[in-house]
Write a protein that binds this ligand. Structure first.
Ligand code: GDP
Ligand code: ZN
Length: 475
């Protein structure tokens, strides 16, 4: 148990109906109780886990800071497994800061980002994957993303990991017993006895790895850049896609007038749509900046929607856009991964089909012989659901999320799993070569360590700090 008592504002900054100051630690009750005045003047500790009405008063000056509801929660049935006090005040930033300052003046320390959750982890209430899931639940953008985060929070991912780790530990135990006590009656286990268990662990790990790409897709979504020469309908397409999916429209801070980013919900996958000002050369210095940004956006894209105007000819600018995209390495493969590294497909969007057609298709096909092609009208809505269907097919490849899907969504977990898988493979190879079991045991230990880092059983202080520093204050 940590000895000091921490405090922070737990609700988001800004104005709200209520705001909460959270206090956790051994002295939580003794710090807050003297600051809390109930109507009858009672000074005893209210019943645990119950909201009690009163005022926060500065005991030195007698000044009333706010009218509040306070919950005193006795450990261990609390978020941190320590004594916790939550003070619900009016949701103004100033009033909450003054309450927090008063609590700090009376002996609490300002909490680090994620420190409440860190304590929950250190006190054994959550394992590391569950602690990380807390952040994923908070930042989930789609129902599917939330569902996966909840599975992780409930320990479903950890349960599978622990099973794999136990299996490896079982093999290790048998090897080590024979190494440590050779003169006793513990026989050296035969490769045939060990191999099946190692293969079982390998299969469990590989199953988790297989789902990880999909899991990360649901968690992080796809960067989808809309590209095309001016006036073909890029902005209209962006708006149409946002509308048709009853999107969670999230304005991203820092968007410029040159690129706009919004998040649409494509069957549970957050689709980060980026509208660019075009990537063709121009003399206008202001537009130049826009072009540089568009090119940067295109370079980091997982998927490109390349838009043409059906009602016009294939222009020199259309050609320049195509050439630039090919230079950036798009359209070579038709598979998408969440990190966008393996292949970055292009979907051709022939827009304005409500107007008479004059775009020669073979000109487009000369650049993109195999890219999927969809005809749309942002004016009438025609072809939009087909476009969504095409994107979904491309990225999900028929694997939609099931209600009970347990998927690894976290890159850290994915990398540790890959490491564990490599060590297991090495251990199996050593076993087949008939080398002494000490050598097998080295790789098995490394595999165990990698698996333990995911759930936190073998996580270093550095790793913990890295993970929890990404949390918000008050969580
Ligand atoms: P951007 O420069 O590529 O972003 O193009 P905009 O989305 O700003 O659209 C350019 C013009 O084309 C606007 O006047 C739109 O109303 C029009 N437009 C966009 N989509 C369509 C469409 O599907 N059909 C027709 N007829 N006009 C469209
Ligand atoms: Zn535009």
């Amino acid at each position: 148990m940590q000895s000091d008592t921490i405090a922070a504002i737990a609700t988001p900054p800004g104005v709200g109906g209520i705001g909460i100051v959270r206090v956790s630690g051994e002295a939580a009750f003794s710090i807050v109780l003297p600051l809390f005045r109930r109507p009858g003047g009672e000074q005893t500790l209210p019943p645990s886990h119950q909201l009690t009405y009163g005022r926060i008063v500065n005991p030195r000056s007698g000044e009333v800071l706010d009218e509040v509801l306070v919950a005193f929660m006795r450990r261990p049935h609390t978020y941190t497994r320590e004594d916790v006090v939550e003070i619900q005040g009016h949701g103004g930033p100033l009033v909450l800061q003054r309450i927090l300052r008063l609590v700090l003046e009376h002996g609490a320390r300002l909490a680090q980002p994620g420190e409440f959750t860190l304590r929950a982890f250190l006190n054994g209430r959550l394992d590391l994957t569950q602690a990380e899931a807390v952040m994923d639940v908070i930042s989930a953008r789609t129902e599917a993303g939330l569902q996966l985060a909840m599975q992780q929070l409930q320990g479903r991912v950890s349960a599978r990991l622990r099973e794999a780790r136990q299996t490896v530990l079982g093999v290790l135990a048998r090897i080590e017993a024979s190494i440590d006590f050779p003169e006793d009656d513990i026989p050296t286990p035969h490769a045939d006895e060990l191999r099946p268990h190692m293969l079982t662990a390998q299969r469990m790990i590989d199953e988790l790895l297989a789902g990880a790409e999909q899991g990360r897709l649901y968690r992080h979504g796809l960067r989808t850049v809309i590209i095309g020469r001016p006036n073909v309908g890029k902005s209209s397409l962006l708006n149409a896609l946002l509308r048709s999916e009853r999107a969670i429209v999230t304005p991203i801070a820092g968007t410029t007038r040159d690129t706009v980013e919004e998040v649409a919900n494509l069957r549970g996958i957050p689709l980060h749509l980026i509208d660019t000002a075009g990537i063709t050369p121009t003399d206008d210095p202001v537009e130049q900046i826009g072009i540089q940004r568009s090119r940067a956006a295109a370079e980091s894209a997982d998927l490109v929607l390349l838009v043409f105007d059906c009602a016009e000819d294939f222009t020199a600018q259309d050609r320049q856009v195509c050439e630039e995209l090919l230079r950036l390495g798009f359209g070579r493969q038709d598979k998408v991964t969440a990190n966008g590294r393996a292949g970055r497909p292009v979907i051709l969007v022939l827009n304005k089909i409500d107007r008479p057609r004059s775009l020669p298709l073979e000109q487009v096909r000369r650049f993109w012989p195999e890219a999927p092609l969809v005809m749309t009208s942002t004016l009438t809505g025609e072809g939009l659901s087909q476009l969504e269907e095409t994107i979904a097919n491309l990225v999900l490849a028929g694997r939609a999320l099931q209600d009970d899907s347990v998927l690894v969504t976290n890159l850290r977990h994915q990398e540790a799993l890959r490491l564990a898988s490599q060590h297991l493979q090495a251990a199996l190879a050593t076993l087949e070569q008939g080398l002494p079991l000490d050598f097998v045991s080295i790789d098995l230990q490394a595999a165990c360590h990698a698996l333990g880092e995911i759930t936190g059983e073998t996580a270093s202080a550095d790793l913990l700090e890295r993970i929890f520093s990404e949390f918000c204050i008050g969580k």
